[in-house]
Design a protein around this ligand. Structure first.
Ligand code: ADP
Length: 257
């Protein structure tokens, strides 16, 4: 028998009290629980300073009459890039906590997929060289949580930018398959070995890229798959070494589209 506590948070994301529970759990479960609780508290505590630092850096980036030298500008850009990476890590941790605590609530509405994809392209920081192309059925509508679906697409695109950096084009495609919409993100990167494909959506799974040290926790695709499962859709990947990867998911169509 063991007692454990779980942090509760106020609306600003600050831990403000602990709720105690007693349960008969094994040592490994207790370890898992402690790890989850630690990650939960750490990510909530990190969220506020990360958000405020990000805001300050973006402001610096936008100041028109910059009294800065090229060296200052380079440092600000570098800080912005690191900040983006850090904020993805914190968001991944927070979303993972929401999932393990059963707090990922969906707020559904009806929306047109192509409009969401076009908006989504504006959010992604492309650093110049990529071209994002939206193609396929422009009129399909779904009844889903637009913010969460946008999160899945942004995750796929960010992964393409990160792991398929030699792509020139990234295609975002919408297809109708029976009563489902299929949304896919296709890159022209190095591709993924067949033996790791079945594990990509597992929690904490990462591929070891010998030559590169990419930042990440192996949570992005796991979170995407949980979001899509909660929408009664499917998620998957097709990839071939040297020919790029296509990450896709399906969503039930809003009736009559
Ligand atoms: P993370 O990016 O934090 O490692 P993800 O769950 O987003 O976690 O991705 C899991 C793994 O899938 C990554 O470590 C990467 O090796 C691989 N991956 C994801 N997207 C691509 C892609 N477009 N091309 C090649 N590999 C990819």
């Amino acid at each position: 028998i063991s007692a454990r506590g779980r942090a509760r948070y106020d609306i600003n994301g600050k831990a403000n009290r602990m709720v105690g529970m007693t349960a008969d759990i094994t040592e490994s479960k207790l370890f898992e629980q402690r790890k989850d609780d630690f990650l939960s508290i750490a990510s909530h505590e990190l969220k506020t300073p990360v958000t405020s630092l990000k805001g300050a850096l973006q402001l610096l980036d936008r100041i028109k009459e910059k009294p800065f030298t090229p060296m200052h500008i380079k440092l600000i850009e570098q800080a912005n890039r690191s900040m983006d990476k850090m904020s993805v890590l914190v968001d991944d941790l927070l979303n993972m906590n929401r999932l393990t605590e059963g707090n990922l609530k969906l707020q559904k509405s009806t929306f047109t997929i192509s409009e969401m994809l076009n908006l989504c392209c504006n959010h992604v920081r492309m650093e110049g060289k990529f071209e994002l192309i939206v193609e396929g059925d422009k009129d399909l509508q779904v009844y889903a949580d637009e913010h969460r679906i946008d999160q899945v697409v942004v995750n796929f695109v960010n992964n393409a930018v990160k792991y398929a950096a030699d792509s020139e084009k990234i295609y975002l495609k919408i297809d109708k398959i029976d009563q489902y919409a299929r949304i896919s993100v296709k890159d022209q990167g190095p591709g993924i070995p067949a033996h790791v494909l079945p594990h990509l959506f597992d929690r904490y799974y990462r591929v070891n890229h010998d030559s590169q040290n990419y930042t990440g926790l192996g949570l992005g695709l796991y979170i995407c798959s949980e979001i899509i499962k909660r929408h009664d859709g499917e998620i998957g990947v097709e990839s071939e070494i040297g020919a790029g990867s296509t990450f896709w998911f399906t969503l039930p169509l809003f009736p009559n589209t």
